[in-house]
Design a protein around this ligand. Sequence first.
Ligand SMILES: Nc1ncnc2c1ncn2[C@@H]1O[C@H](COP(=O)(O)OP(=O)(O)OP(=O)(O)O)[C@@H](O)[C@H]1O
Ligand SMILES: [Mg+2]
Length: 218
Amino acid sequence: MSNPPSIGRFISFEGTEGVGKTTAIEQLCVRLQAAGIDCLRTREPGGSPFAERLRKILLDPATDINDDTELLLMFAARCDHMQQVILPALQRGSWVICDRFTDSTIAYQGFARAHGDSVALTKIESLIEQFIPQLPELTLWLDLPVLEGMARAGKRSAADRFEQQATDFFNRVYAGFSALAAEHPERIQRIDASGTADEVSARIWQVVTTQFEMTNSQ
Ligand SMILES: Nc1ncnc2c1ncn2[C@@H]1O[C@H](COP(=O)(O)OP(=O)(O)OP(=O)(O)O)[C@@H](O)[C@H]1O
Ligand SMILES: [Mg+2]
C-alpha cells in the first residue's frame, strides 16, 4: 500500500459485550494524555462520519440482512474509518485507541455467525489482507466470563441487533477471541477484566508501559 509510514501507535481493545472496553479506553487515554501523548479514541463499527452512518444500520434491530452483507458493511465501514481517521492520525503522530477492530469481525462474523466455518474465516482474512493496510500493534483482549460482561452491560438501555443474540452466540464470540489470542500471542495480550475498573485500568497500563518501554512515572 502507498500510505506513508506511521509514527503513532495503534492499539485496539476487544472482548465480549459489557466487559469494560469503553471504560478502560477512557482511562487509558487519560493516562496517555497525562504522559503528554496525543491520543485519539475511536470505535468500530464507526469512527468516521460515514462509518457511523453504517454503524446505525448495522446495530439497528430493524435491519434484516444476510451474513455476507453484514460482513461487507463492516468492511466498508472499516475501510472508510481507516482511510479517513486512523491512518491520518497515526501519520501525524497521534496514538489511536480503537474500541473493537478486525478481531471482532473474526469473532462475531466468523466464529459466532458462521460457527467458525473455514470458508467464512478465509473470506474475512482475505478482506483484511486486501483492504486493511495496518493492523493494531497491540490488542488488549479484556477477558471476562460472557455472563459477567452481560450483567455489567445489562445495566444499560435497549439491546442493539447484536446484544439481542442468545448467550450461545456470545459463547462462540468468546471462543473466537480465545482462539485469536492463542494464534497471535505477539499482538494480542489477554487482560483479566475482573475486579474494579481501576484495577483493570492498572493492569492495562502495566502492559502498555512495558510494551512501549515507557517509564511508569510518565
Ligand atoms: N471493572 C468494572 N467493574 C464493574 N463495572 C464495570 C467495570 N468496567 C466497566 N463497568 C461498567 O460496566 C458497564 C459496561 O462497561 P463498558 O461500557 O465499558 O463495556 P464495553 O465492553 O464497552 O461494552 P459494549 O460491549 O456494550 O460496548 C458500564 O456500566 C460500566 O460503567
Ligand atoms: Mg463499549
